[in-house]
Design a protein around this ligand. Structure first.
Ligand code: GLP
Length: 266
C-alpha cells in the first residue's frame, strides 16, 4: 500500500483524477471499478472537465460500480445508477451499455449477485478499482464482519451507514436498509486499487484501516493485503496517520510519482 497525503481536497481529487485518466490513456478499453458518495462527486466533476477540455476518451471504457441500494429503481434520485448517470456517464462519451451496476429491483437477489460476478469475469476483471471509505470502515457496502473472501451479495447496512447516508434522501427514513455490494474478495481481485479519502470526519477510520490490524470489523483494512493499492488523502483525512513523514518521503523520492510531483506538489 502507498499513502499520499495531499495538502487539500482539491489537490487530492486532482491527483486521483490524473491517475485514472492515465489508466484510460494507457488502456482505452480499461475496465474501471467505480464508487459513489460525496467524495466521488469531485472526482467525477474533474473527469468530466478533462473530457470536455482535453478530450479524455471514455468511448471504449467498461465500468462496474461497487454497489446499489436494494429496492431502488434506476430512476430513483438516490439510486446509484441515477447518481452515476448524473455525475459522470451523461457528462462523458461513455457507451451506457458498457456501464454496469447491480439491479436494485431484482426479485432474485442471489441470481443478480451471481450475474454481476459473471459480468465482471467476462469483461476480463477490473483494471482499476476506485474506492472511498464509509465511516463504518466499509468499502462498497461491506459492513463490519464482511468476509475477506466475500463476493457480490446483499448486505444489511449498519446504523452508522444509515446515519451517514440517509440525509441524502428526501425522506431519510426511506433509505433502504439493504444494498448489493461487490464482496471484499471481488474488490481484492482488481489489478489496482485507488482509494480517495477527504475530510476530517474520515481521519480516525482511515488511520485504523491503513495502519491498524487487518480485520473484518473494518473492511477497508483488507486493502493492506492488495499488492497494488494507492490511498490518496487530503491533510484533514490524513491527520491521524502516524507515519506521515515516511509517506511524504516516498512521494518525494519514488520514481513512479515523478510525473505527478510537479503537477501535484503535496
Ligand atoms: C457510500 C458507498 C461507499 C462510499 C461511501 C463514502 O456508502 N457505498 O462505497 O465509500 O458512500 O461516502 P462519502 O464519500 O459520502 O463519505
Amino acid at each position: 500500500m502507498q499513502i499520499i497525503i495531499q495538502k487539500d481536497r482539491e489537490t487530492a481529487v486532482a491527483l486521483a483524477a490524473a491517475l485514472l485518466a492515465d489508466q484510460l490513456r494507457l488502456k482505452p478499453n480499461s475496465v474501471l471499478g467505480l464508487a459513489t458518495g460525496r467524495t466521488m462527486e469531485g472526482l467525477y466533476a474533474r473527469l468530466a472537465e478533462m473530457h470536455r477540455s482535453a478530450g479524455l476518451d471514455f468511448s471504449l471504457a467498461v465500468t462496474f460500480n461497487l454497489d446499489e441500494y436494494y429496492g431502488l429503481p434506476p430512476t430513483h434520485p438516490n439510486s446509484y445508477r441515477y447518481y452515476m448517470n448524473q455525475h459522470l456517464f451523461n457528462r462523458v462519451n461513455i457507451d451506457l451499455r458498457n456501464t454496469h451496476l447491480p439491479r436494485g429491483t431484482t426479485t432474485d437477489p442471489q441470481k443478480e449477485a451471481r450475474r454481476y460476478e459473471l459480468l465482471i469475469k467476462d469483461a476480463g476483471g477490473i483494471d482499476l478499482q476506485v474506492l472511498s471509505i464509509g465511516e463504518s470502515g466499509h468499502i462498497g457496502f461491506n459492513e463490519p464482519l464482511s468476509a475477506m473472501f466475500s463476493r457480490t451479495r446483499l448486505k444489511a447496512l449498519t446504523a452508522k451507514t444509515v446515519e451517514q447516508n440517509s440525509p441524502l434522501f428526501e425522506e431519510p427514513e426511506a433509505m433502504p436498509r439493504f444494498a448489493f455490494t461487490m464482496g471484499v474478495g471481488t474488490i481484492l481481485e482488481a489489478a489496482r486499487c485507488l482509494m480517495l479519502v477527504t475530510g476530517p470526519e474520515k481521519a480516525a477510520i482511515i488511520a485504523k484501516a491503513t495502519e491498524g490490524p487487518v480485520t473484518s470489523m473494518i473492511s477497508a483494512s483488507a486493502l493492506q493485503l492488495h499488492p497494488d493499492c494507492t490511498v490518496i488523502t487530503d491533510a484533514d483525512a490524513g491527520a491521524n496517520l502516524e507515519q506521515q513523514e515516511y509517506y511524504h518521503w516516498i512521494y518525494e523520492h519514488d520514481p513512479q510519482w515523478e510525473p505527478y510531483r510537479a503537477l501535484f506538489p503535496r
